[in-house]
Ligand binder design. Structure first.
Ligand code: SAM
Ligand code: SF4
Ligand code: SF4
Length: 339
């Protein structure tokens, strides 16, 4: 495909650089802040197989997005490692020139998948891990999954060279705020980059309240009081995590302060749901059906035109305008949309 001379920008002059692709809406965890069990129970209507993007369709769309200026693709879900032969998809994506591919996982299947992912060309990975305390971890994933298995996955990922490994921890008040220091102590000096995420009001099911958010400032203060920190410049414009280094040189951490320090002004991310809908914001209330378009037999150029039209109309800045009116909007669940 011909590269476009003028990369697309939205109404707030933000380019399209980053694409998150949810490859599955199912998950083997029921994290209380993401897929609460009472909503995502036995009878929950997950997507039927024929409505989910096939690997060839994902790769085709990734190429098209790359031609529009996307530099990074994050494969996510749901739990992406539950998708059968996910390594085949990774191998297809890592062949696309000038595209950096990464994947976010809950780590439950990582020990068995790490080697195949590495061989498929994956270089980096992000593992979600909210606590090292087994009781807290089991309560947060709500399926009694042991933390030791995720730690074994992280070790295996490091052993096969999927590094640096990023470790994502969502902190919810009263649930795992006591896990902040143990997590920092455990990963300091390992080369893995621990990133704390403020608990967000994604979807409509997690019962989010501002009082449950532990702010980035509180997290930094907690760690700094024991392990002094200094801020570090962003690696690139639009980086979501604020970076801090340990003053003694033993590594760095990141904080994703989507609630208390929104970063919409530089947001260059698009999201593709498991059923091929394009979303221009994590908090969007509607998506655009790329799968329908793709399966109607249109050309790549027609798909490009469609995406350009959507992006040029984009003016999302949800986190900057978050308030009592926005919190009750009919937002889409993160497990479907892709975190
Ligand atoms: N299942 C994979 C995992 O957990 O890593 C990938 C999908 S998950 C939706 C992606 C990321 O979103 C995870 O790091 C998770 O912790 C984060 N997440 C989910 N719900 C969240 C919420 N309410 N607030 C902040 N982060 C959330
Ligand atoms: Fe599953 Fe990830 Fe959501 Fe937890 S955060 S329920 S692991 S999709
Ligand atoms: Fe981007 Fe929407 Fe998040 Fe703002 S709220 S940073 S526009 S995804």
């Amino acid at each position: 495909m011909k590269p476009l001379l003028n990369k697309v920008t939205d109404k707030l002059n933000r380019p399209l650089r980053d694409l998150r692709i949810s490859i599955i809406d199912r998950c083997n965890f029921r994290c209380v802040y993401c897929m609460p069990k009472d909503v995502f129970g036995r009878g929950h209507p997950f997507l039927p197989r024929e409505k989910i993007l096939r690997f060839e369709e994902i790769a085709r769309l990734a190429r098209i997005f790359a031609s529009l200026g996307v530099e990074k693709v994050r494969v996510t879900g749901g739990e992406p490692l539950l998708r059968k032969e996910v390594e085949k998809l990774i191998a297809m994506l890592t062949q696309i020139p000038n595209l950096d591919i990464t994947l976010t996982t809950n780590g439950s299947r990582l020990a068995e998948k790490a080697q195949a992912l590495k061989e498929a060309g994956l270089n980096r990975i992000t593992v979600s891990l909210d606590s090292l305390d087994d009781t807290v971890f089991r309560a947060m994933n709500d399926v009694d999954f042991p933390v030791a298995q995720v730690l074994a996955g992280i070790d295996m990922a490091a052993r096969v060279g999927l590094s640096p490994i990023k470790i994502n921890a969502v902190i919810k008040r009263g649930l795992n705020d006591h896990s902040i220091l143990p997590l920092a102590r455990a990963f300091r000096g390992t080369g893995h980059i621990l990133r704390f995420i403020e608990y967000m009001d994604v979807g409509q099911t997690n019962g989010w309240r501002m009082n449950d958010v532990i702010s980035a400032a509180e997290i930094i203060e907690t760690i700094d009081s024991e392990m002094p920190l200094a801020p570090v410049d962003a690696n690139y414009k639009g980086e979501v995590a604020h970076r801090f280094r340990y003053r003694d040189g033993s590594g760095e951490i990141g904080i994703i302060a989507s609630v208390t320090q929104p970063f919409c002004a530089d947001c260059n991310r698009a999201r593709l749901s498991a059923d091929g809908h394009l979303f221009t914001c994590l908090f969007a209330t509607k998506g655009y059906d790329l799968l329908g378009l793709l399966r109607s037999g249109v050309s790549d150029e027609q798909i490009v035109d469609f995406i350009v039209g959507v992006w040029q109309n984009r003016n999302d800045r949800y986190s900057e305008i978050r308030g009592t009116e926005t919190v009750i909007l009919p937002k889409i669940e993160m497990s479907y949309l892709g975190g």
